[in-house]
Design a protein. Structure first.
Length: 85
């Protein structure tokens, strides 16, 4: 998995995110970073779908639908008990 493909700037539109998610297919998650390259949220096709059902358009910015409260694990350094709560 090439991680660069999984990153979009916060200035991206939902259409940009959909195009990227289409390319990623089975690895369909995007991480949104601010102008300082700080991780500010995650985005999946489900987030886009819920946004569209709530009248967000594909021309709106991804900030309208990102998940700012995301969980993550570090490769080779995680405890399954701390993830599942």
């Amino acid at each position: 998995m090439n991680n660069i493909k999984h990153i979009l700037p916060s200035s991206s539109t939902i259409k940009d995110a959909l195009e990227r998610l289409d390319i990623l297919a089975k690895d369909a998650i995007i991480f949104i970073v601010d102008s300082n390259k700080k991780l500010i949220g995650s985005l999946t096709d489900g987030d886009v779908r819920r946004g569209l059902l709530n009248d967000v358009t594909i021309d709106d910015g991804v900030l309208k639908i990102i998940q700012p409260e995301f969980k993550f694990i570090l490769k080779d350094n995680f405890d399954i008990k701390s993830i599942i709560k």
